[in-house]
Design a protein around this ligand. Structure first.
Ligand code: FAD
Length: 287
């Protein structure tokens, strides 16, 4: 749906030097949005009545409040489009298409492990809330560069959920020093044990009820997929690709996947994704 959404809050998220922003929008998109979906926002410079930049910018929906008709977007100011977006004032109306994409699926039972690399955390909060509302166990694995980054990008909000948090930083300033995927592997080994790992290998689908939802740098999601396959755990990943139209018309965000018979096929990240099963992604070719 093409909607006019009103800015109700727009502020720095944590340390201003990290250029992270929280944008809360009021409008109809919240009524139907689900975790893992995104919006495409027009970021043209209103003051100059300019059509430039022409393309909308895709941003994930981080929180959904259907009753208040509000969605929260968290983003990093990166280039021209997000620089312009960062200027949006409270009360301003933004042209937004959404909710777009398929979103994550929720397992029927068991434990959902959220795996985030850096700002890949942003679409996972709404997913955590949906999973908790459904009575599922939720665990977060989140790696960032520094303690300052994790704290700025919403760590206290995650702590407030009361779920187990497995944190890593590259500099060791908070949690485990190293990659978040190493933490996931350790925990998978603990939960499944070596014997169960062998068992799971031979009996697909009979794991310990863990599912993984991952979002972050491509290499991190590829490693999550390898781990999940090794332990026979279902995994979904949210792919990022530069988008043209964001509604499936321009084919600008096509990525390579493998179908059930292992043939290479191409799908659009904007309408077929952005969430795909990890094992269908052709990691060295797509996106
Ligand atoms: P540009 O000037 O267009 O580019 C600046 C830099 O960003 C360049 O290096 C360029 O290569 C890179 N870039 C541009 N677009 C993308 C992209 N789509 N993916 C990766 N790199 C890109 N960002 C957030 O901060 N928060 C989110 O919740 C979020 N959700 C997203 C959901 C989806 C489905 C997709 C596809 C992207 C998402 N992004 C998110 C990335 C965001 O769309 C880009 O950072 C943004 O479009 C950059 O626009 P820009 O004009 O500021 O930068």
């Amino acid at each position: 749906m093409l909607a006019e959404e009103q800015v109700v809050r727009h502020e720095d998220l944590g340390d201003p030097d990290l250029r992270l922003r929280r944008l809360v929008l009021h409008g109809p998109i919240a009524r139907t949005a689900k975790a893992g979906q995104f919006v495409a926002i027009q970021v043209q410079d209103q003051a100059r009545l300019s059509m430039d930049p022409l393309l909308r910018r895709p941003i994930s929906i981080a929180e959904i409040s259907p009753d208040q008709e509000e969605i929260t977007l968290l983003y990093r100011i990166k280039g021209r489009g997000t620089e312009i977006l960062a200027q949006a004032k409270c009360g301003e109306l933004l042209s937004v298409i959404g909710p777009l994409g398929n979103g994550f699926s929720l397992p029927q039972e068991g434990e959902l492990w959220l795996a985030a690399g850096g700002i890949g955390i942003f679409p996972l909060y709404a997913l955590a809330q949906s999973a908790l509302n459904r009575g599922l166990g939720v665990r977060l694995f989140w790696g960032g560069e520094t303690k300052l980054f994790l704290e700025s990008a919403g760590l206290s909000q995650w702590r407030a959920l009361g779920i187990p948090l497995h944190l890593s930083t590259l500099d060791g300033s908070l949690g485990y020093r190293g990659l978040v995927t190493e933490l996931i592997e350790t925990e998978l080994l603990r939960v499944y044990g070596q014997a169960k790992q062998e068992y799971a290998k031979n009996d697909r689908g009979n794991g310990c009820g863990v599912s993984v939802a991952a979002c972050g740098p491509k290499k991190m999601m590829e490693s999550c997929t390898e781990l999940a396959l090794r332990f026979n755990v279902p995994v979904e990943v949210s792919l990022e690709e530069r988008m043209g139209c964001a509604v499936g018309a321009c084919l600008g965000c096509v990525c390579a996947l493998r179908n059930e018979t292992k043939e290479i096929i191409h799908k659009k990240v904007c309408t077929d994704g952005p969430v795909f099963r990890g094992e269908e992604v052709v990691w060295d070719e797509s996106c």
